[in-house]
Write a protein that binds this ligand. Structure first.
Ligand code: 76R
Length: 268
């Protein structure tokens, strides 16, 4: 079909994690590695063709062996792609371990221009209209544009280390994120963002929304050059009130961003 299903804003995001099941097909991929490697490479190339679409292949550690991260503006296209991949991999003894469907989204908690201007004058004593004030406002506007654009239409980095986990915010008696007044949530999120910003240049994070789409409320995708940084940021955030009090976490999937031939090379 030529039908398309494009959301009002943002991209569809699909995480797919597979495991090699040698018991199911004793011959494994060695039966026809060319068909498999070439087929997956062709599918990835195709996934990247559509405007704003991105696809990366992952060599995972432990609970899964192979992963894909796909960003696509059209759900029909993404859906067709996923099924063709499933058929190809299934033929070669690969089964799905976990999948996660979400969308890129903007944040409800990004500080507004008026708020930032307020903070500059009340907390930093800067005078509106002064060169320093205007300079800081300009930098702020750039950061907001960056946040919005990067959050909705990210460009995945080629950084080697990959980590993914789904998460919720709690709604328990005494710790119900969703019952907190907006102002309180916003304040808490600013503390969270402050920690995050200190990892700039070392950790790239994509928080994608899955409320109404999958079992958890967000998917957290992290890229780093050094796995140490992922461990450090997640550990540090565990002590931040937003995560300590309200965070609830699903299974972690970690591994390396790798070319398809390299991944399947491990199973030849
Ligand atoms: O406005 C912005 O876009 C920037 C501020 C910001 C928001 C609103 C931000 C910054 N995050 C936001 C939202 Mn985040 N983030 C996580 C995790 O393991 C854990 O404890 C939590 C998993 C990490 C590691 C992380 C990293 N963040 C969110 C939300 C949505 C909340 C909601 O809408 O209620 C979740 C679930 C979440 C979780 N965050 C940052 C980071 C990093 C590294 C930053 C700084 C980004 C930068 O400035 O470049």
């Amino acid at each position: 079909t030529t039908e398309t299903l494009v959301p009002k804003e943002g991209l569809f995001v699909l995480h797919l994690f597979y495991r090699f099941d040698s018991g199911a097909t004793p011959a494994g991929i060695s039966a026809s590695p060319k068909e498999l490697v070439g087929g997956v490479e062709a599918l990835l190339a195709e996934a990247r063709e559509a405007e704003r679409s991105q696809a990366v292949s992952l060599s995972l550690i432990g609970r899964a062996d192979l992963g894909f991260l796909l960003l696509c503006p059209d759900l029909y296209r993404l859906h067709r792609w996923e099924k063709r991949l499933a058929v190809l991999l299934g033929r070669h003894g690969w089964s799905k371990v976990f999948s996660f469907f979400s969308m890129t989204e903007r944040s409800d908690y990004t500080v507004s221009e008026a708020e930032h201007a307020d903070q500059l004058s009340s907390q930093e004593g800067l005078v509106p209209g002064s060169p320093e004030f205007e300079e800081k406002m300009k930098a702020f506007r750039e950061r907001v544009r960056y946040y919005t654009e990067v959050r909705l239409y990210p460009t995945l980095p080629d950084w080697r280390f990959f980590a993914f986990y789904p998460m919720n915010k709690k709604r328990e008696t005494g710790a119900n994120w969703y019952a907190l007044p907006f102002r309180e949530r916003k304040e808490l999120m600013q503390g969270h963002a402050l920690i995050g910003r200190r990892y700039a240049g070392r950790v790239i994070q994509y928080v994608t929304g899955s409320t109404g789409l999958d079992d958890w409320e967000w998917g957290v995708t992290l890229f780093a050059q050094d796995p140490y940084e992922v461990k450090a940021i997640v550990a540090e955030m565990r002590f931040d009130p937003v995560s300590a009090r309200y965070g609830e976490f699903g299974p972690f999937f970690t591994g390396l961003q790798s070319p398809v031939a390299e991944i399947f090379g491990h199973f030849a």
